[in-house]
Each structure stands twice: as C-alpha cells, then as structure tokens.
Design a protein around this ligand. Structure first.
Ligand SMILES: Cc1cc2nc3c(=O)[nH]c(=O)nc-3n(C[C@H](O)[C@H](O)[C@H](O)COP(=O)(O)O)c2cc1C
Length: 502
C-alpha cells in the first residue's frame, strides 16, 4: 500500500518534470568537449545543453594563459559575485596576447583532500564562468555533468555551477548516493561533506571532503535554486540501489549502454575479453526497460541513441527522451580541436570509423572508448608509449599510508613512482594519462619539461554516425542545428521551439 503511494507520487512528479524537460539531452563530455559554447548552442534550440564539469579549474586558467580569445572568460568573471576572487585569478593567470606557443602552461594546485581556499575559489569561479556563459542571453535550460569518481573538485564545482543558476546536475562514473544531500546543503549555503573513497583506509577511519561556502566566498550569499538531479546508471540494480540509499531527491535517470562514448560501466561478473581485447558484455548487461518504466521516474536512454530511428524507439519504450554524445562531440560548436573533428568526419565518411573499448586505458578501472584517428601503425605505437607525467591529478586515487596519513597515486603515472607509493606494478600496465590526453583534445595540451607536447586521446561511441544524412550539401562539417534537424527528421512536429536570441 505504502509502496503504491510512493510510486504514484513519483508518477506525479514524473509528469510535471516531463512537461518541463526537453526530450533530448546533449551528454556532458569531458574534458571541455561539451564546453559552454556547445551547451549554449544546444540550449538555445530548446534542448538540454550540458557543460562538462571536469577540470573547471584547469581549463579556465589555460584559456586565460592563451590570451582568452573573444574575452569570454574575462566577461564571465566580471559577473562573478566576489570581485576580489575574480581579480586574483586574472592577475595570476591571464596573459594578454597569450603565452608563447612553445611555453608550458603555468601550473595550478592539484585537487586533493584539504584544498587551499584559493583552489576552492578557482573551482567555484571556473564552474560559475562555464555555466554563466552557457546560459548567457537566452532562457533555455543548462546542465552540468560530473564524474563521481573525481571526488575532490565535486562540491566547489557544484557550488559554482549553482551560483550561475544551473538547472540540472548529471552525475556518472560511480554511484552518487551522497550528491543529492550535498546539493541540498549548498542550496542553503550550509557546509557540505562528501566521504572520500580511500584505498586501504583503516577500519573506523572516515576521510571526508568538506566545503563551507561562507569560508570560500567572503560575501553575503543568496539562497540558491535547487537543480534537478539525474544520475547515470547502466542497470536496474544500480538504479534501485541509488533510490534506496540516496540521501536526497532523484528527479530522473540517464540509462547508458556500453556502446556510449567516454567511460563505460564494466560488464557484470568476471571481466572477460574478446580476441581483440575488448570487454565482453552479455545478457546480464542488457537493460531491463520494463523495470525502469515501473520505477515511475522519467528516464533518458544513452549509448547509440543519436539517430531519428532510435529517438522513435526510445519514445516507444516509454523513455522521456535520449541523451546524445558522439553526434554533438564532432559538430562545429564543440570544444574539440578542429583537426580532430575533420579527421573524424573524413574517416567516418570513408567507412573507417574504428573504436576500441580499452579495458585498461583509464586509471579509473572503467573501460574507456578510444577512437582511432588515423588507423595507422604509428598511431598504435604512440598510443602504447604515451607520456606518464601526473601533473593534473584528477584521476588519482587516495590511499592511506602505514602512518595513517593520506597519499595520492595514479596508475597512469610513472610506474616506479606508483610502486613507491605502495601501488602494484601490474596495475600500471597499459594505463594512459587521460588528464593530459583529454586536455590535448581541446587544444590546451601541456608542454612537459623535456619538450614533449602532449598528444590527443579521443573518445567516442562505438557506432558510426550516418554523416551523409547530416552534413549539408557543399559543406564539410555540421552544426548543432544540423544535428538536431537530423534527430527530429522523422517527426518534425515534435521538434522543440527554438529559443534563438542572437
Ligand atoms: C567525447 C566524449 C566525452 C564524454 N565524456 C563524458 C563525461 O565526462 N562524463 C559522462 O558522464 N559521460 C561522458 N560521455 C558520455 C556522453 O555524455 C553520452 O552519455 C554518450 O556519449 C551517449 O552515447 P553516444 O556517444 O552513443 O551518443 C562522453 C562521450 C563522448 C563522446
């Protein structure tokens, strides 16, 4: 009886939410692929544009060191509620005209357990700027995507995004049971905590990340709007667990299949690889849509849903809509480097779309999809011999030392260094430094001390996109508008109203 009552309340919220939420969500794509420009373009077309919340301290300071082309970061920081914080950031990182091409970027402190106030302010201001720019000049909805595994920056990033009025928070790569509670605290400017996952933590020891808005932001703080919260899940058991254990409201879910770009949930059970070395997903990994419908929450389907036919299938399956990544990642407005987009388009058009689900590349331990941008042997050789300098540190894991203190290590850092920190050598095999590789994808690559310029490491979904149906005649690229027109091409009447402003 009580159960039925809970379900019917959920159905009620579900109907209200569906009236407010767009049918298509542009997936968050880190780092900086779904930047403010992409999210804004999508939101202005009446869909949900989502900025990536990854590295929103590092990306802004590198943009500033490139001379802040277009003046966007400086414009956003001018609207930041605490002028002194914005000024300090500009003074420290902005280089008029940009740094020399061969000069390395100035470092900023790495994220960790007890983060200096200055770093927390940078995270808040960076996230504020990204969401502010994505929302600038229109009334469309904007979301932010965070990865649960990247814990230390989560709370300040969320706070900055909420200060800028973010509408939806989407969290993947982990089990975000504590994020709704954090959101509720931040709304009221109360201190928020997040338990830190620590390898080898001794029994009874609790490591927590803390954030107190009134300490980080020396200004009167407004009560903030509560954004909707959508976790990303890959199975009904995970969805049920989240609903049971979550410390706050879940407003909807993104259900992501293993063909999606970026990180994927590992297969259920013992990891088995096919002859090419890719994880084998089986029957147990199939998504039970009926069970999801029974939950009574709106859900969006992701992973190879970026076609008009799949949108129709999602409708038939009772989904609120779809989340699409790859199609938007390579359009004109995305943050990816232009040469990488061009290569992707050329290779896809010539039938050479080649993607490998690498079970080891990511130090997170999750399978990670890697796009071949040339298909050549030299590319494979470079892939196997990438740099291993850990100077960004987002994917590091926390571990407890014998003396009870906390250390940080990454399986993609230099093997010797990982082993010195108590890591197991075998765990370093075939790991790639995603932090630096992903920065290179968006043209913000570091130049290391030995002159090594970091190389890109591109991810995308397994299925080739039918670009012939999307790229307009006479053009070699496509826009957000072209992508959306394609998605709604089976049913133009259902296309959202455009919220065009400029
Ligand atoms: C380049 C790229 C980067 C991505 N980065 C993230 C990320 O940082 N966090 C996340 O939750 N999902 C990420 N994704 C997944 C997308 O948000 C989306 O769910 C997925 O791409 C949908 O499947 P599709 O690629 O087949 O459209 C990424 C996808 C791509 C293509």
């Amino acid at each position: 009886m009580i159960y039925q009552y809970v379900i019917s309340i959920r159905h009620y919220f579900c109907i209200i939410l569906l009236m407010l939420m767009p049918e298509i969500i542009q997936g968050g794509m880190g780092a900086g692929v779904s930047d403010w420009k992409l999210a804004r373009s999508v939101s202005m077309k009446g869909l949900l544009g989502v900025v990536s919340g990854t590295a929103l301290d590092l990306i802004p300071v590198r943009r500033l060191q490139n001379g802040d082309p277009g003046g966007h970061m400086r414009r956003a920081l001018k609207s930041f509620p605490v002028t002194e914080i914005a000024d300090q950031i500009l003074e420290k990182y902005y280089i008029a005209g940009g740094k020399a091409f061969d000069a390395p970027y100035k470092a900023k402190p790495m994220v960790g357990l007890e983060q200096a106030i200055e770093l927390q302010q940078l995270l808040v201001a960076g996230a504020f700027a990204e969401v502010f720019l994505a929302k600038e000049g229109h009334d469309g909805l904007v979301g932010i995507n965070l990865m649960e595994k990247l814990q230390p920056p989560i709370i300040p990033t969320l706070y900055g995004a909420m200060l800028a009025g973010v509408d939806v928070v989407i969290v993947g790569a982990g089990i975000p049971v504590k994020i709704p509670g954090v959101i509720d605290k931040l709304v009221k400017n109360e201190a928020a905590v997040l338990p830190l996952h620590v390898q080898g933590a001794s029994a009874g020891t609790k490591w927590v990340l803390t954030f107190a808005a009134n300490k980080v932001m020396p200004a009167p703080l407004p009560i903030l709007k509560r954004p909707k919260f959508f976790p990303i899940v890959s199975s009904i058991s995970l969805a049920n667990m989240l609903l049971k254990k979550s410390d706050g409201q879940i407003d909807g879910m993104i259900i992501e299949a293993s063909s999606a770009g970026g990180h994927n949930a590992p297969p259920r059970g013992k990891l088995q690889l096919d002859p090419q070395g890719e994880p084998i997903y089986g029957e147990r990994d199939e998504i039970d849509l009926e069970a999801f419908r029974d939950l009574g929450l709106p859900f969006w389907l992701a992973g190879s849903y970026g076609t008009p036919e799949q949108l129709e299938n999602a409708r038939i399956a009772g989904a609120a809509g779809i989340q699409v990544g790859t199609l938007f990642a390579f359009c004109e407005e995305s943050g990816l480097r232009e040469d990488l987009k061009t290569k992707f388009i050329e290779m896809t058009l010539s039938g050479k779309h080649q993607v490998f689900t690498d079970p080891l590349a990511s130090p997170t331990g999750f399978p990670f999809k890697v796009l071949s941008v040339s298909g050549s042997n030299s590319e494979a050789e470079i892939y196997d011999n990438r740099g291993r300098v850990c100077d960004c540190g987002y994917l590091r894991e926390a571990y407890e030392l014998p003396d009870g203190s906390l250390g940080w290590r990454c399986a993609a850092e230099e093997g010797e260094s990982f082993v010195r920190k108590g890591g197991i050598r075998e765990d370093t095999a075939n790991r790639k430094c995603l932090c630096n590789g992903l920065m290179a994808n968006i043209g913000l690559e570091q130049i290391q001390g030995n002159g090594y310029r970091e190389l890109p490491l591109v991810t995308c979904g397994s299925d080739a996109i039918d670009l012939k149906k999307i790229i307009p005649p006479g053009k070699k690229s496509y826009s957000v508008e072209d992508a959306i027109a394609y998605l709604f091409s089976l049913d133009l009447e259902k296309a959202p109203e455009m919220v065009e402003v400029d």
